[in-house]
Write a protein that binds this ligand. Structure first.
Ligand SMILES: *Cc1c(COP(=O)(O)O)cnc(C)c1O
Length: 386
């Protein structure tokens, strides 16, 4: 191949580790690229384009509104900013300075992770609640309603919830309790797709705001994400993201912004550095429509066939297909780290899932592998595992 990466001297990699951000996330299909190419060739009003995106995100998620962000991490920052400022443009102008403003976000200890930084970036202070009995094996109790109550002090504005297959079942009760106490519920579901049904599940379970990554399973541009949720919160998030260098008399606000509540345009907000271009908005929207309409059983069956062929090409190896949120192949290996190093040493470096490598299991995830790359992947695996 003789393309941009060859000209730059950057190696093309086979990423069988999933839609990892540091390896470029998802790969886009032609329909998405065509939309981006079309979008790149005309000028548009970004607020009008985000209004259209909002309608499509709303219909895919069941939320009242939504916006395209520059990734799920940026969406978390905007979610926190929306909960702190609401539609008060003086508060928007102050962020990230939250001195004197209610800006505490409650989080179960067991949900804390490296993306918490995104919430703090808006000026929020994270307050740990609950115990980690399940995580440490000390006990069986999860977050309880009284633990949320005990943390409410007039400064708490929201509760942040990290969705995983293990935590998702707790969300309806946690959300009901938090909302009854006047807290907004922010759900980080960045990597909780597939299944497609999760596009709607967290809104249905009571979230005020839900975050998805556009560059993972949805298959949109790598630098995109989605924030979906309640209309006024999404309006706040969008106003804090958009370029606001506009004469107040000619301000055409996104159509779901309630102008009675925002008569004057705010200045550039805390999200101005999270600009999303027209090409990215168009690409994400087309990718979302395609993802939402996908026949999951069919997609899983196709993936399973490809994985079976990979397993069959490794005779003598114990392999098994695992149907988790994605369909993957697990390969038992005696020395996982050594095999992974061999895979990376080839001319087309091959990355595999390393979560259980130390336990002797290599994971092959095809979400970011094109079918035409399967042969190179099989060759590499054969050589590394010989
Ligand atoms: C990937 C991920 C993010 C960040 O998503 P980006 O779209 O890369 O910004 C946030 N939270 C979780 C749990 C993730 O897995």
């Amino acid at each position: 191949m003789n393309g941009i990466y060859e000209r730059l001297g950057v190696r093309r990699r086979i990423n069988a580790a999933g839609t990892l951000t540091r390896l470029g996330g998802s790969l886009m299909d032609d329909a998405v690229l065509d939309a981006m190419r079309d979008a790149a060739r005309s000028s548009v009003d970004i607020a009008e384009l985000q209004s259209a995106a909002s309608r499509i995100i709303a219909s895919a998620t069941g939320a009242q509104a939504g916006l395209v962000t520059s990734g799920a991490s940026a969406a978390l920052t905007l979610a926190a900013a929306a909960c702190i400022a609401g539609l008060d443009i003086a508060r928007m102008a102050r962020l990230p300075d939250t001195r004197g403003l209610p800006a505490k976000i409650l989080m179960a200890r067991t949900h804390r992770n490296a993306y918490d930084h995104a919430l703090r970036l808006a000026g929020a202070e994270i307050v740990d609640i609950g115990h980690n009995d399940r995580g440490t094996g000390a006990g069986i109790r999860g977050l309880e309603a009284w633990e949320i109550d005990a943390a409410i002090d007039g400064q708490a504005i929201a509760l942040a919830f990290s969705a995983t297959p293990e935590t998702a079942g707790d969300l309806p009760a946690v959300a009901a309790t938090a909302r009854a106490r006047g807290l907004k519920v922010i759900v980080d579901a960045a990597a909780q797709l597939p299944p497609v049904s999760n596009l709607r599940a967290f809104v249905a379970a009571g979230a005020d705001l839900v975050v998805f990554s556009g560059g993972k399973a949805i298959g949109g541009p790598q630098g995109t994400g989605i924030l979906a949720g309640a209309r006024d919160l999404i309006a706040s998030a969008l106003l804090q993201q958009l370029d606001m260098d506009v004469a107040p008399a000619r301000w055409a606000a996104p159509d779901f912004v309630d102008r009675a509540k925002v008569p004057v345009p705010p200045h550039h907000g805390i999200g101005r550095g999270f600009k999303v271009g027209k090409e990215d908005i168009a690409g994400l929207i087309v990718a979302l429509e395609r993802f939402a309409a996908r026949d999951e059983a069919q997609a899983a069956a196709t993936t399973r066939k490809r994985l079976e062929a990979i397993g069959a090409a490794l005779p003598g190896r114990t392999t098994r297909i695992v149907q988790g949120r994605a369909t993957t192949l697990e390969i038992d290996v005696a020395d996982g780290p050594a095999a992974a190093a061999k895979l990376l040493a080839g001319e087309s470096p091959i990355h595999v899932g390393e979560r259980d490598l130390a336990k002797g299991t290599m994971i092959v995830d095809l979400q970011a592998v094109r079918p035409e790359s399967d042969a190179i992947l099989i060759d590499g695996l054969k050589r590394a595992l010989a």
